[in-house]
Design a protein around this ligand. Structure first.
Ligand code: ACO
Length: 333
Protein backbone atom coordinates (compact mmCIF):
# COMPACT_ATOMS: atom_id res chain seq x y z
CA UNK A 1 0.00 0.00 0.00
CA UNK A 2 1.51 3.38 -0.97
CA UNK A 3 1.15 6.42 1.28
CA UNK A 4 -1.34 7.84 -1.22
CA UNK A 5 -3.89 5.04 -1.11
CA UNK A 6 -3.60 4.18 2.58
CA UNK A 7 -7.01 4.48 4.25
CA UNK A 8 -7.12 7.56 6.48
CA UNK A 9 -9.83 9.36 8.45
CA UNK A 10 -10.68 12.67 6.82
CA UNK A 11 -13.08 15.41 7.84
CA UNK A 12 -15.97 15.67 5.35
CA UNK A 13 -18.09 18.22 7.24
CA UNK A 14 -17.92 20.65 10.15
CA UNK A 15 -20.40 22.72 12.15
CA UNK A 16 -20.50 24.88 15.25
CA UNK A 17 -22.97 26.60 17.50
CA UNK A 18 -22.72 29.12 20.33
CA UNK A 19 -25.60 30.24 22.55
CA UNK A 20 -27.15 33.60 21.65
CA UNK A 21 -26.46 35.40 24.91
CA UNK A 22 -23.22 37.39 24.82
CA UNK A 23 -21.41 38.61 27.93
CA UNK A 24 -18.84 41.31 27.19
CA UNK A 25 -15.92 42.27 29.40
CA UNK A 26 -17.95 45.32 30.40
CA UNK A 27 -20.67 42.96 31.66
CA UNK A 28 -17.96 41.16 33.68
CA UNK A 29 -16.92 44.51 35.21
CA UNK A 30 -20.38 44.65 36.84
CA UNK A 31 -19.91 41.22 38.46
CA UNK A 32 -16.30 41.18 39.73
CA UNK A 33 -13.45 43.65 40.29
CA UNK A 34 -11.99 43.53 36.79
CA UNK A 35 -11.65 45.69 33.69
CA UNK A 36 -12.00 45.27 29.96
CA UNK A 37 -8.40 46.46 29.64
CA UNK A 38 -7.04 43.81 32.08
CA UNK A 39 -8.94 40.97 30.40
CA UNK A 40 -7.97 42.00 26.85
CA UNK A 41 -4.30 42.60 27.73
CA UNK A 42 -3.83 39.44 29.82
CA UNK A 43 -5.99 37.02 27.77
CA UNK A 44 -7.16 38.49 24.43
CA UNK A 45 -10.80 37.82 25.35
CA UNK A 46 -13.43 40.50 24.63
CA UNK A 47 -16.66 38.54 25.01
CA UNK A 48 -18.04 35.05 25.53
CA UNK A 49 -21.37 33.27 24.87
CA UNK A 50 -23.31 31.95 27.85
CA UNK A 51 -26.08 29.33 27.69
CA UNK A 52 -29.54 30.01 29.15
CA UNK A 53 -30.34 28.32 32.49
CA UNK A 54 -32.45 25.60 30.86
CA UNK A 55 -29.88 24.75 28.14
CA UNK A 56 -27.63 21.73 28.67
CA UNK A 57 -24.55 20.55 26.79
CA UNK A 58 -26.49 18.10 24.58
CA UNK A 59 -28.70 20.97 23.37
CA UNK A 60 -25.81 22.97 21.94
CA UNK A 61 -24.03 19.80 20.82
CA UNK A 62 -27.16 18.89 18.83
CA UNK A 63 -27.06 22.22 16.94
CA UNK A 64 -23.36 21.86 16.06
CA UNK A 65 -23.80 18.19 15.10
CA UNK A 66 -26.79 18.91 12.84
CA UNK A 67 -24.78 21.58 11.02
CA UNK A 68 -21.80 19.25 10.59
CA UNK A 69 -24.02 16.49 9.15
CA UNK A 70 -25.56 19.00 6.73
CA UNK A 71 -22.11 20.24 5.69
CA UNK A 72 -21.00 16.62 5.15
CA UNK A 73 -24.13 15.91 3.09
CA UNK A 74 -25.02 12.80 5.08
CA UNK A 75 -27.90 11.81 7.34
CA UNK A 76 -27.55 10.73 10.96
CA UNK A 77 -28.57 7.13 10.21
CA UNK A 78 -25.33 6.75 8.21
CA UNK A 79 -23.23 7.26 11.35
CA UNK A 80 -21.44 4.30 12.95
CA UNK A 81 -20.23 6.17 16.04
CA UNK A 82 -20.91 9.38 17.96
CA UNK A 83 -18.19 10.59 20.35
CA UNK A 84 -18.75 13.65 22.53
CA UNK A 85 -15.71 15.24 24.14
CA UNK A 86 -16.91 17.17 27.17
CA UNK A 87 -16.16 17.87 30.80
CA UNK A 88 -19.66 19.28 31.32
CA UNK A 89 -21.99 16.38 30.39
CA UNK A 90 -25.76 16.66 30.89
CA UNK A 91 -25.59 13.88 33.53
CA UNK A 92 -22.93 11.66 35.14
CA UNK A 93 -24.72 8.94 33.17
CA UNK A 94 -26.11 8.32 30.56
CA UNK A 95 -23.51 9.85 28.30
CA UNK A 96 -24.23 13.05 26.39
CA UNK A 97 -23.34 11.09 23.24
CA UNK A 98 -26.17 8.62 23.93
CA UNK A 99 -28.65 11.48 24.32
CA UNK A 100 -27.43 12.96 21.04
CA UNK A 101 -27.51 9.64 19.22
CA UNK A 102 -31.23 9.41 19.98
CA UNK A 103 -31.99 13.05 19.23
CA UNK A 104 -30.11 13.04 15.93
CA UNK A 105 -31.69 9.75 14.85
CA UNK A 106 -28.30 8.06 14.56
CA UNK A 107 -30.01 4.69 14.87
CA UNK A 108 -27.03 2.57 13.81
CA UNK A 109 -24.41 4.39 15.85
CA UNK A 110 -22.52 3.45 18.99
CA UNK A 111 -22.11 6.39 21.38
CA UNK A 112 -19.86 7.40 24.24
CA UNK A 113 -18.34 10.45 25.91
CA UNK A 114 -14.64 11.13 26.21
CA UNK A 115 -13.13 13.33 28.91
CA UNK A 116 -9.73 14.88 28.32
CA UNK A 117 -10.74 18.47 29.17
CA UNK A 118 -9.51 21.02 26.61
CA UNK A 119 -7.58 18.30 24.76
CA UNK A 120 -10.81 16.28 24.41
CA UNK A 121 -11.68 17.05 20.80
CA UNK A 122 -8.23 16.05 19.55
CA UNK A 123 -8.27 12.90 21.71
CA UNK A 124 -11.72 12.06 20.24
CA UNK A 125 -10.44 12.76 16.73
CA UNK A 126 -7.75 10.11 17.19
CA UNK A 127 -10.42 7.64 18.39
CA UNK A 128 -12.43 8.30 15.22
CA UNK A 129 -9.25 7.84 13.17
CA UNK A 130 -8.53 4.39 14.66
CA UNK A 131 -12.03 3.07 13.88
CA UNK A 132 -11.95 4.39 10.32
CA UNK A 133 -8.39 3.36 9.51
CA UNK A 134 -8.98 -0.20 10.69
CA UNK A 135 -12.12 -0.36 8.54
CA UNK A 136 -14.57 -1.19 11.32
CA UNK A 137 -16.51 2.08 10.91
CA UNK A 138 -17.18 4.27 7.87
CA UNK A 139 -18.62 7.47 9.36
CA UNK A 140 -17.89 8.91 12.79
CA UNK A 141 -19.26 12.12 14.30
CA UNK A 142 -16.99 13.85 16.82
CA UNK A 143 -18.28 16.75 18.89
CA UNK A 144 -16.62 19.01 21.44
CA UNK A 145 -19.33 20.64 23.55
CA UNK A 146 -19.35 22.53 26.83
CA UNK A 147 -21.56 24.59 29.09
CA UNK A 148 -18.69 25.72 31.32
CA UNK A 149 -20.80 28.63 32.60
CA UNK A 150 -22.60 26.15 34.88
CA UNK A 151 -19.28 25.47 36.67
CA UNK A 152 -17.93 29.01 36.84
CA UNK A 153 -17.42 30.60 40.26
CA UNK A 154 -18.89 33.99 39.37
CA UNK A 155 -17.18 35.53 42.43
CA UNK A 156 -13.66 34.49 41.34
CA UNK A 157 -12.18 37.06 38.95
CA UNK A 158 -9.18 34.79 38.37
CA UNK A 159 -11.34 32.32 36.47
CA UNK A 160 -14.82 33.69 35.68
CA UNK A 161 -13.62 36.02 32.92
CA UNK A 162 -11.94 33.21 30.98
CA UNK A 163 -14.63 30.74 29.97
CA UNK A 164 -17.65 30.46 27.67
CA UNK A 165 -20.14 27.96 26.21
CA UNK A 166 -20.44 26.40 22.76
CA UNK A 167 -20.00 23.33 20.57
CA UNK A 168 -18.13 22.32 17.44
CA UNK A 169 -18.47 19.12 15.42
CA UNK A 170 -16.78 17.23 12.62
CA UNK A 171 -17.83 14.22 10.52
CA UNK A 172 -15.02 11.79 9.68
CA UNK A 173 -15.03 9.33 6.77
CA UNK A 174 -12.46 7.18 4.99
CA UNK A 175 -10.25 8.81 2.36
CA UNK A 176 -7.73 7.06 0.15
CA UNK A 177 -6.38 10.05 -1.78
CA UNK A 178 -3.66 11.09 0.68
CA UNK A 179 -5.98 13.34 2.70
CA UNK A 180 -6.97 12.76 6.33
CA UNK A 181 -5.15 12.33 9.64
CA UNK A 182 -1.41 11.81 9.05
CA UNK A 183 -0.17 11.71 12.64
CA UNK A 184 -1.07 12.48 16.23
CA UNK A 185 0.47 12.94 19.66
CA UNK A 186 -1.40 12.46 22.94
CA UNK A 187 -0.10 12.87 26.46
CA UNK A 188 -0.92 13.28 30.11
CA UNK A 189 0.81 14.49 33.27
CA UNK A 190 -1.68 13.76 36.03
CA UNK A 191 -0.99 16.67 38.29
CA UNK A 192 -4.68 16.77 39.08
CA UNK A 193 -7.40 19.12 40.21
CA UNK A 194 -5.12 21.19 42.47
CA UNK A 195 -3.74 22.79 39.34
CA UNK A 196 -6.81 22.90 37.15
CA UNK A 197 -10.19 21.27 37.50
CA UNK A 198 -13.58 21.00 39.12
CA UNK A 199 -12.64 19.15 42.33
CA UNK A 200 -16.17 18.64 43.72
CA UNK A 201 -19.33 16.97 42.51
CA UNK A 202 -17.67 13.61 41.84
CA UNK A 203 -16.95 10.69 44.13
CA UNK A 204 -13.92 12.31 45.88
CA UNK A 205 -15.81 15.34 47.17
CA UNK A 206 -19.51 14.61 46.60
CA UNK A 207 -21.79 17.63 46.72
CA UNK A 208 -23.01 18.49 50.19
CA UNK A 209 -23.95 21.73 51.91
CA UNK A 210 -20.34 22.40 52.89
CA UNK A 211 -18.71 21.69 49.51
CA UNK A 212 -21.39 23.68 47.69
CA UNK A 213 -20.95 26.63 50.08
CA UNK A 214 -17.16 26.51 49.54
CA UNK A 215 -17.69 26.21 45.77
CA UNK A 216 -15.60 23.05 45.57
CA UNK A 217 -17.80 22.06 42.61
CA UNK A 218 -16.69 25.09 40.56
CA UNK A 219 -13.67 25.63 38.29
CA UNK A 220 -10.40 26.02 40.21
CA UNK A 221 -7.15 26.96 38.51
CA UNK A 222 -3.59 27.90 39.33
CA UNK A 223 -3.42 30.17 36.29
CA UNK A 224 0.30 30.94 36.44
CA UNK A 225 1.30 27.27 36.71
CA UNK A 226 -1.07 26.23 33.91
CA UNK A 227 0.29 29.07 31.77
CA UNK A 228 3.86 27.87 32.33
CA UNK A 229 2.81 24.33 31.35
CA UNK A 230 0.83 25.46 28.30
CA UNK A 231 3.52 27.59 26.65
CA UNK A 232 5.78 24.54 26.58
CA UNK A 233 3.19 21.81 25.95
CA UNK A 234 1.51 23.37 22.90
CA UNK A 235 4.61 23.74 20.68
CA UNK A 236 6.11 20.49 22.03
CA UNK A 237 3.10 18.34 21.09
CA UNK A 238 2.87 20.05 17.69
CA UNK A 239 6.54 19.33 16.99
CA UNK A 240 6.05 15.63 17.82
CA UNK A 241 3.04 15.36 15.49
CA UNK A 242 4.91 17.18 12.72
CA UNK A 243 7.87 14.84 13.08
CA UNK A 244 5.64 11.75 12.96
CA UNK A 245 3.94 13.10 9.81
CA UNK A 246 7.34 13.75 8.23
CA UNK A 247 6.57 17.42 7.62
CA UNK A 248 7.90 20.67 9.07
CA UNK A 249 6.12 23.59 10.69
CA UNK A 250 6.76 25.66 7.54
CA UNK A 251 4.67 23.15 5.57
CA UNK A 252 1.56 23.87 7.65
CA UNK A 253 -1.12 26.04 6.10
CA UNK A 254 -3.15 26.33 9.31
CA UNK A 255 -2.64 25.68 13.01
CA UNK A 256 -5.84 25.45 15.06
CA UNK A 257 -4.80 25.81 18.71
CA UNK A 258 -6.82 25.58 21.89
CA UNK A 259 -8.10 29.08 22.66
CA UNK A 260 -7.16 29.62 26.32
CA UNK A 261 -5.08 32.77 26.16
CA UNK A 262 -3.79 34.80 23.19
CA UNK A 263 -0.40 35.03 24.95
CA UNK A 264 -0.12 31.21 24.91
CA UNK A 265 -0.83 31.20 21.16
CA UNK A 266 1.68 34.02 20.59
CA UNK A 267 4.30 32.07 22.56
CA UNK A 268 3.64 28.98 20.40
CA UNK A 269 3.97 31.11 17.27
CA UNK A 270 7.42 32.29 18.46
CA UNK A 271 8.63 28.85 19.59
CA UNK A 272 7.57 27.28 16.26
CA UNK A 273 8.89 30.30 14.33
CA UNK A 274 5.59 30.48 12.46
CA UNK A 275 3.66 33.72 11.79
CA UNK A 276 0.62 34.36 13.95
CA UNK A 277 -1.61 34.73 10.88
CA UNK A 278 -1.19 31.00 10.23
CA UNK A 279 -3.01 30.33 13.54
CA UNK A 280 -6.82 30.23 13.57
CA UNK A 281 -7.75 32.58 16.43
CA UNK A 282 -11.23 33.41 17.70
CA UNK A 283 -10.58 33.75 21.45
CA UNK A 284 -11.66 37.40 21.42
CA UNK A 285 -15.28 36.39 20.67
CA UNK A 286 -15.67 33.16 22.63
CA UNK A 287 -13.10 32.86 25.43
CA UNK A 288 -12.01 29.38 26.45
CA UNK A 289 -14.68 26.72 25.70
CA UNK A 290 -12.51 23.75 26.65
CA UNK A 291 -13.21 20.76 24.34
CA UNK A 292 -15.31 22.97 22.03
CA UNK A 293 -12.65 25.62 21.33
CA UNK A 294 -10.71 23.73 18.66
CA UNK A 295 -13.71 22.36 16.68
CA UNK A 296 -15.42 25.77 16.74
CA UNK A 297 -12.27 27.44 15.38
CA UNK A 298 -11.93 24.68 12.77
CA UNK A 299 -15.59 24.91 11.72
CA UNK A 300 -15.44 28.71 11.55
CA UNK A 301 -12.32 28.60 9.38
CA UNK A 302 -13.97 26.00 7.15
CA UNK A 303 -17.19 28.02 6.84
CA UNK A 304 -15.12 31.10 5.94
CA UNK A 305 -13.53 29.13 3.07
CA UNK A 306 -10.04 29.39 4.56
CA UNK A 307 -9.28 25.66 4.42
CA UNK A 308 -8.54 24.43 0.91
CA UNK A 309 -8.35 20.85 -0.33
CA UNK A 310 -4.80 19.60 0.20
CA UNK A 311 -3.98 22.12 2.94
CA UNK A 312 -1.88 20.81 5.80
CA UNK A 313 -3.78 21.54 9.03
CA UNK A 314 -2.65 20.93 12.63
CA UNK A 315 -4.88 20.85 15.70
CA UNK A 316 -3.28 21.28 19.13
CA UNK A 317 -4.75 21.42 22.60
CA UNK A 318 -3.85 21.25 26.29
CA UNK A 319 -5.89 21.32 29.45
CA UNK A 320 -6.88 19.77 32.74
CA UNK A 321 -5.31 16.48 33.67
CA UNK A 322 -2.94 17.90 32.71
CA UNK A 323 -3.36 16.66 29.15
CA UNK A 324 -2.14 17.63 25.70
CA UNK A 325 -2.96 16.46 22.18
CA UNK A 326 -2.21 17.36 18.61
CA UNK A 327 -2.67 15.94 15.13
CA UNK A 328 -1.70 16.81 11.59
CA UNK A 329 -4.12 16.26 8.71
CA UNK A 330 -4.29 16.86 4.97
CA UNK A 331 -7.57 18.74 4.40
CA UNK A 332 -9.99 16.71 2.29
CA UNK A 333 -12.90 18.97 1.38
N1 ACO B 1 -9.21 41.27 36.56
C1 ACO B 1 -8.31 42.05 37.18
N2 ACO B 1 -7.28 41.55 37.86
C2 ACO B 1 -7.15 40.21 37.91
C3 ACO B 1 -8.04 39.34 37.28
C4 ACO B 1 -9.12 39.92 36.59
N3 ACO B 1 -10.04 39.20 35.95
N4 ACO B 1 -7.64 38.08 37.50
C5 ACO B 1 -6.53 38.13 38.22
N5 ACO B 1 -6.23 39.43 38.49
C6 ACO B 1 -5.12 39.95 39.24
C7 ACO B 1 -4.55 38.95 40.20
O1 ACO B 1 -5.30 38.95 41.39
C8 ACO B 1 -3.14 39.46 40.37
O2 ACO B 1 -3.16 40.52 41.32
P1 ACO B 1 -2.00 40.64 42.40
O3 ACO B 1 -0.73 40.83 41.59
O4 ACO B 1 -2.42 41.82 43.16
O5 ACO B 1 -2.02 39.35 43.16
C9 ACO B 1 -2.81 40.08 39.02
O6 ACO B 1 -4.07 40.28 38.36
C10 ACO B 1 -1.94 39.23 38.13
O7 ACO B 1 -2.47 37.92 38.14
P2 ACO B 1 -1.73 36.76 37.42
O8 ACO B 1 -2.33 35.47 37.82
O9 ACO B 1 -0.26 36.95 37.57
O10 ACO B 1 -2.08 37.07 35.91
P3 ACO B 1 -1.54 36.32 34.67
O11 ACO B 1 -0.81 37.25 33.83
O12 ACO B 1 -0.86 35.03 35.03
O13 ACO B 1 -2.89 35.95 33.92
C11 ACO B 1 -4.35 34.09 33.51
C12 ACO B 1 -3.83 35.11 34.54
C13 ACO B 1 -5.03 34.86 32.40
C14 ACO B 1 -5.33 33.16 34.19
C15 ACO B 1 -3.16 33.29 32.94
O14 ACO B 1 -2.36 32.83 34.01
C16 ACO B 1 -3.57 32.14 32.09
O15 ACO B 1 -4.10 32.30 31.01
N6 ACO B 1 -3.31 30.89 32.52
C17 ACO B 1 -3.59 29.72 31.74
C18 ACO B 1 -5.02 29.40 31.67
C19 ACO B 1 -5.23 28.17 30.79
O16 ACO B 1 -4.54 28.01 29.80
N7 ACO B 1 -6.13 27.28 31.09
C20 ACO B 1 -6.13 26.10 30.25
C21 ACO B 1 -7.07 25.22 30.15
S1 ACO B 1 -8.61 25.46 30.90
C22 ACO B 1 -9.36 23.92 31.02
O17 ACO B 1 -8.79 22.89 30.80
C23 ACO B 1 -10.78 23.91 31.48
Amino acid sequence: MTTENKRRAAIIGTGFYVPERVMTNHDMEKIVDTSDQWIVERTGIKERHIAADDVATSDIAYEAASRALKDAGITADELDLVVVATLTPDHPTPSTASLLQKRLGATHAAAFDLQAACSGFVYATTVAAQFIENGFYKKVLVIGAETLSKYINWEDRNTCVLFGDGAGAAVFAAAEDGSGILSFDLGSDGRGPELLGIPGGGTRYPDNEDTIARKVNRIHMDGKEVFRFAVKALPATLKRSLEKAGVSAEDLNWIVPHQANIRIIEAASKRLAQPLDRFVINIERYGNISAASIPIALAEANAAGKLKKGDLVALAGFGAGLTWASCVMRWAK
